[in-house]
Design a protein around this ligand. Structure first.
Ligand SMILES: Cc1cc2nc3c(=O)[nH]c(=O)nc-3n(C[C@H](O)[C@H](O)[C@H](O)COP(=O)(O)OP(=O)(O)OC[C@H]3O[C@@H](n4cnc5c(N)ncnc54)[C@H](O)[C@@H]3O)c2cc1C
Ligand code: SF4
Length: 525
């Protein structure tokens, strides 16, 4: 069962002196700071299990499965190198029950240990499963910047929760980018400076990548054999799988790309998948990086004059603000959140989400790079694939499943508030005060996609008219009554109402044609 090099004599000697405990480490808990490991003593056994159920509850991208399994195996090897006794259950172990709870029960019964200690799972489903194991001690997950209980206290009594105000609390709490009681640069948020289009002359430096080592090669072979039916390429896998490599990747970001992160945070460019983004989400969500350290290093880069304030603040806001906020929202609203569908969206996800085969260049590029790298940056997720799903009224369950499956960083706690909340507005405004709906004009402003597209971004109603245009106005018209009460939707509503009826009906008729194509599977789009 344990396949890594260990020192059996030393372990036997240690076991004699201690009432042993089973310490559970889940696949996204690969951190020495984990509360379940904090008092790990000689004689304790750490349980890590690869479970088929976790690999298949949605059809995860093969690179995502490879990343988690390889990072788990590396982490287990590091614990063993410290002299810790690890019971590591591989996916292809014939005795594997293939569920996390099943493996905890089996370990308890086979090892006869008295105590079982775990850190709460990051996802509702996992937390419920593990809590059902008799006698298990569940500890808080302290790997976030938000202290346990802080978010619920902050949220208490508020009618609406907005990230911006929570973020300010977090800045104050941790003293990040603060000058006394005031924010550095006299402003909390420099977003207005961070919406530039990428000039043709600027080429974002390539991120540092990490070619597979022996452990990863073994995992890649396993994933190729067991999950070949899942969408996405395995070839080209080069994610960091250890804390050390993840830190090197982040250092490279600070040195070469953070300076451009602010200005071009919202920009998109064809065949430029990573832009100036950090690529830290996948290792961060696994536990290989500490979010507060990332924020402090970005702050130090600003303080040393290596980057401008809008870059450092923009980056820190994503982690100290958005990442912490969506985690708080998820736990405040689960399990009800998972069934929210405030806009009554019902259409099935068209096939091109899984293949990238569509004539809409922006969609083909965002989905194509997703299949290739298990990665798309935020604006692609929100304003391309998410925007299309919102405008075309795709069912939140199917959209959720897609986002959870295709991204290497996807875990329900962070994926769902972003998808159901921010992108689809299916939560009725819990995460965002208005839907992030946009026509082709926005995509054209922020990218170079439209120039080479089959569709004409300047047209809305013709056969080659950009689908985002007609769908956008149709979306506004469909939800006119609902948006009436939202001051942030007043402008588009005024625009719709000011239109001549003949134009309105041409737009709605073009939208009906597009939506019919979506219902037919989208092959013709
Ligand atoms: C529809 C949709 C689904 C998403 N699903 C996920 C997901 O499953 N997992 C995930 O980690 N992020 C998700 N995000 C947030 C964001 O898109 C990714 O974190 C980001 O693109 C990861 O790339 P990066 O590390 O290069 O990020 P950067 O742009 O470099 O940002 C730095 C870090 O900030 C954090 N961050 C930024 N935006 C958000 C956000 N909105 N919510 C939470 N954290 C944020 C991430 O940890 C990210 O690594 C989603 C966003 C949308 C719109
Ligand atoms: S024209 Fe429309 S579909 Fe084509 S790239 Fe631009 S926004 Fe996307």
């Amino acid at each position: 069962m344990v396949r890594f090099a260990v020192q059996p004599a030393r372990q036997l000697e240690l076991r004699k002196n201690h009432v042993s405990a089973l310490r559970v480490v889940l696949g996204d808990q690969l951190s020495r700071r984990l509360t379940a490991l904090s008092d790990c003593a000689p004689g304790d056994v750490v349980l890590m299990a690869e479970a088929l159920g976790e690999c298949t509850y949605v059809p995860h991208h093969p690179q995502k499965i490879a990343l988690v399994l390889s990072a788990m195996r590396h982490f287990a090897a590091e614990l063993e190198a410290e002299g810790i006794n690890v019971r590591y259950v591989r996916l292809d172990d014939p005795a594997n029950t293939q569920t996390l709870a099943g493996e905890i029960r089996r370990a308890v019964s086979e090892l006869g240990l008295k105590e079982v200690i775990a850190t709460e799972g990051s996802e509702y489903r996992v937390r419920e499963d593990i809590a059902a194991v008799p006698g298990i001690e569940i500890r808080a997950d302290e790997r976030f910047c938000t202290p346990p209980g802080f978010f619920a206290r902050w949220a208490r009594g508020k009618t609406t929760l907005r990230m911006e105000f929570f973020y300010r609390e977090m800045r104050r709490l941790h003293g990040i980018l603060m000058e006394g009681d005031n924010p550095a640069g006299a402003k909390w948020n420099f977003d207005a400076e961070n919406r530039k289009r990428l000039p043709k002359t600027v080429r974002p430096p390539a991120p540092k990548r990490f070619p597979p080592d022996e452990i990863t090669h073994e995992v890649l072979a396993l994933v190729a054999a067991r999950f070949s039916g899942h969408y996405g390429a395995l070839k080209g896998f080069d994610y960091p799988v250890t804390a050390r490599d993840a830190a090197a990747g982040f250092k490279d970001f600070i040195a070469h790309r953070l300076a451009g992160f602010g200005d071009w945070q919202d920009a998109m460019a064809a065949s430029t998948p990573f832009m100036f983004h950090s690529l830290v989400s996948a290792p961060l969500n696994l536990g290989l990086l500490d979010p507060l350290i990332l924020c402090r290093e970005a702050e130090a880069a600003y303080q040393d004059g290596r980057v401008k304030l809008n870059a450092a603040e923009g980056f820190i806001r994503q982690i100290l603000g958005w990442r912490e906020f969506v985690n708080g929202i998820y736990w405040l609203h689960m399990p009800d959140y998972a069934s929210k569908n405030a806009l009554g969206a019902t259409r099935a996800l068209p096939a091109f989400y899984w293949t990238g085969r569509t004539r809409m260049r922006c969609m083909a590029d965002a989905i194509g790079q997703t299949l290739k790298h298990a990665y798309a940056h935020h604006i692609q997720r929100l304003m391309i694939t998410g925007n299309f799903a919102l405008l075309a009224a795709l069912h939140p369950d199917q959209v959720d499943e897609w986002y959870l499956a295709v991204y290497a960083d996807a875990y329900q706690w962070v994926e769902m508030p972003n998808t159901r909340g921010m992108a689809l507005h299916a939560d009725g405004g819990i995460v965002g005060s208005k839907p992030y709906a946009a026509s082709g004009a926005y995509i054209n402003r922020m990218s170079d996609y439209c120039g080479g597209c089959h569709y004409d971004v300047g047209d809305a109603v013709g056969e080659r008219g950009c689908p985002f245009n007609a769908l956008y106005w149709d979306f506004i018209a469909r939800h006119e009554a609902l948006f009436e009460h939202n001051p942030r939707m007043a402008m588009p509503l005024r625009g719709w109402r000011a239109m001549a009826p003949v134009k309105q009906s041409a737009l709605r008729s073009r939208a009906a044609t597009i939506l019919h194509k979506v219902e037919q599977g989208g092959d013709d789009l």
